[in-house]
Every structure is written in structure tokens, then in C-alpha cells.
Ligand binder design. Structure first.
Ligand SMILES: [Zn+2]
Length: 84
């Protein structure tokens, strides 16, 4: 686990660049988020994505420019429970 990781749906505590830790489908990358925004769900790994504040993240693109985070509906009722 990541000690200072934020989950999707959590309010961004401070503006800056964050490392994005996806679940298996993509390598870690940087995005910029502003204070007061909400950490977005990934379109692929959804709630499994984690965000970690980066010390030096200059030049990171805003998360909305990333195709994995575009226009994701905030409908939690679509979550499928694991079988069993
Ligand atoms: Zn993902």
C-alpha cells in the first residue's frame, strides 16, 4: 500500500502534482490537481486507482486532459459485487 495515498472521491487537500498509481493496466504517471477538487475515478481500474502527492511535479498535465479520467459518470450504483 501507499502510505499517503488518496482514494477516488476524496477532496484534494492541496494543489499540486500527484502520482497516479493504476491497478495493473497502466504505469504510474503524474497529473495536476487543484485544492478543492475531487480525486477522480479511473475509467479502467475505477476505485483501485490511488493518488500520491509529488514533491516535484512541474509540467504535469491536469487530470481532465488524461483520457482515463475524462467524463466519468459519478454513479456508484453501477458497481458490480464480486460473485460468491
Ligand atoms: Zn486506471
Amino acid at each position: 500500500m501507499f502510505r499517503n495515498a488518496f482514494k477516488p472521491g476524496t477532496e484534494v487537500p492541496t494543489s499540486g502534482a500527484y502520482w497516479v498509481h493504476h491497478y495493473q493496466h497502466r504505469v504510474t504517471h503524474l497529473v495536476a490537481l487543484w485544492q478543492g477538487e475531487t480525486f477522480p475515478r479511473c475509467g479502467k481500474c475505477e476505485d483501485r486507482v490511488r493518488f500520491e502527492l509529488s514533491i516535484d511535479g512541474s509540467g504535469a498535465p491536469h487530470f481532465s486532459a488524461d483520457p482515463d479520467f475524462r467524463a466519468i459518470p459519478t454513479d456508484s450504483s453501477t458497481l458490480q459485487g464480486a460473485s460468491g
